[in-house]
Write a protein that binds this ligand. Sequence first.
Ligand SMILES: NC(=O)c1ccc[n+]([C@@H]2O[C@H](COP(=O)([O-])OP(=O)(O)OC[C@H]3O[C@@H](n4cnc5c(N)ncnc54)[C@H](OP(=O)(O)O)[C@@H]3O)[C@@H](O)[C@H]2O)c1
Length: 172
Amino acid sequence: MKIGIVGAGWLGGTVGKAWLKAGHQVLFSSRHPDKQQRVAAALGPLASGGTAEEAAAFGDVVLISVPYRVLEALGQELQASLAGKIVLDACNPYAPMHRSLTEIMLLGGAPRTVAIANGTLAAAIGLGLRLWLPGLLIWVIGHMAAVWAAKRDAQFVDVVRRHLRYPAHLSA
Ligand SMILES: NC(=O)c1ccc[n+]([C@@H]2O[C@H](COP(=O)([O-])OP(=O)(O)OC[C@H]3O[C@@H](n4cnc5c(N)ncnc54)[C@H](OP(=O)(O)O)[C@@H]3O)[C@@H](O)[C@H]2O)c1
């Protein structure tokens, strides 16, 4: 059988090699011409390399294994070549790690920025000014208050900020 692999990375490459071993003809796609040639040369006579468009046109069966974020645009691009074929879609919409930098993250039950700001203030007073007890009290009380508020709404800082920005007494 002729199989086209759109996105010959970790998943597409691995599955494609297994299909080669099983005796199928496999075209591995890449956006990089040098990789297309390397693949074709390294994997034997049943393997070839090409563009995504070539892989979609080549296969009776087409495996798509690209990052989820490019799937929609690529699907539209390859629509005509894929029509009427068996298409295996391996793509998963998992959240990338770097999203944790922009989404709410709790540290010890409190929003990260509040926990860090509170800890820094407590350290400055407790260690910097050597006021150990007030520093410790500020840390414990501040952190517990933040945990209490976060249990009600993890985005309470944004809510408070919005309330201050658009005071209720200004509403009609
Ligand atoms: N790894 C797993 O265990 C696993 C398991 C199940 C599902 N999946 C899913 O399978 C998909 C691929 O995962 P992977 O781990 O194999 O990722 P990967 O190693 O990064 O491979 C993705 C491949 O997609 C190609 N690609 C990227 N952008 C492209 C674009 N705009 N147009 C055409 N090709 C493009 C890249 O090839 P070139 O740079 O050579 O063009 C790359 O080799 C993901 O959606 C993932 O969620 C992965």
